[in-house]
Design a protein around this ligand. Structure first.
Ligand code: IMP
Ligand code: MG
Length: 185
């Protein structure tokens, strides 16, 4: 019996490791914002599973909002260009914003978002990413809270997709080269 769905060649981070790391992140974030009321901003859809587990480990009051954008980073359009498809509901001027991402790869999406949100004059803005594919970084992103640094492989699960599939896997898996065609570099 194979417990991995078709296309997953390896479990990179299992659910126990995810749970342990998120408990640590929750403590770090609680400490950083202990006298503040942070606004946790999730970047849809990749953040969904991470954010829902993370906020349960944060022991101070917080607010949540969500933003969604379409990235042109992996097309032949100008680098770093993106379009917001669902904006925040709330005003962030004067707020302490914690931007929560599922993964940062080239950094173009996060770079665009940081520029966009900073223009709204928050009191502070910090980035929390579950995964950091550091080797592929093009745009420098200051990361305040990081779940795991991962190698340059295409991963899915725990909110991350390949063509909208695999988001519901409770672990981070490496997708086969046959499916992505991306890992042959
Ligand atoms: P960026 O290159 O940092 O702008 O990342 C753009 C987006 O590509 C991320 O927010 C993810 O949605 C997606 N992405 C990058 N690497 C992976 C991966 O390994 N698995 C799934 N999605 C990825
Ligand atoms: Mg995706």
């Amino acid at each position: 019996m194979n417990d991995k769905p078709e296309g997953i060649v390896e479990i990179l981070i299992d659910r126990e490791a995810i749970g342990r790391r998120i408990a640590e992140l929750g403590r770090e974030i609680s400490e950083t914002y202990k006298d503040r009321l942070p606004l946790v901003v999730g970047v849809l859809k990749g953040c969904a599973l991470f954010l829902s587990d993370l906020v349960k480990e944060i022991e101070i009051p917080l607010e949540m909002d969500f933003i969604s954008l379409m990235s042109y980073a992996h097309t032949n359009r100008p680098s770093g260009a993106a379009r917001i498809t669902k904006d925040l509901d709330c005003v962030i001027e004067g707020r302490d914003v914690l931007l929560v991402e599922g993964i940062i790869d080239t950094g173009m999406t996060a770079g665009y978002l940081l520029r966009n949100l900073e223009a709204r004059r928050p009191r502070s803005i910090r980035v929390c990413t579950f995964l950091d594919k550091e080797a592929r970084r093009i745009v420098r992103i200051p990361i305040a809270f990081k779940g795991f640094k991962i190698p340059d492989r295409f991963v899915v699960g725990y909110g991350l997709d390949f063509r909208q599939l695999y988001r519901n896997l409770p672990y981070i898996g490496i997708l086969s080269d046959e499916i992505t065609g991306l890992n042959r570099r």
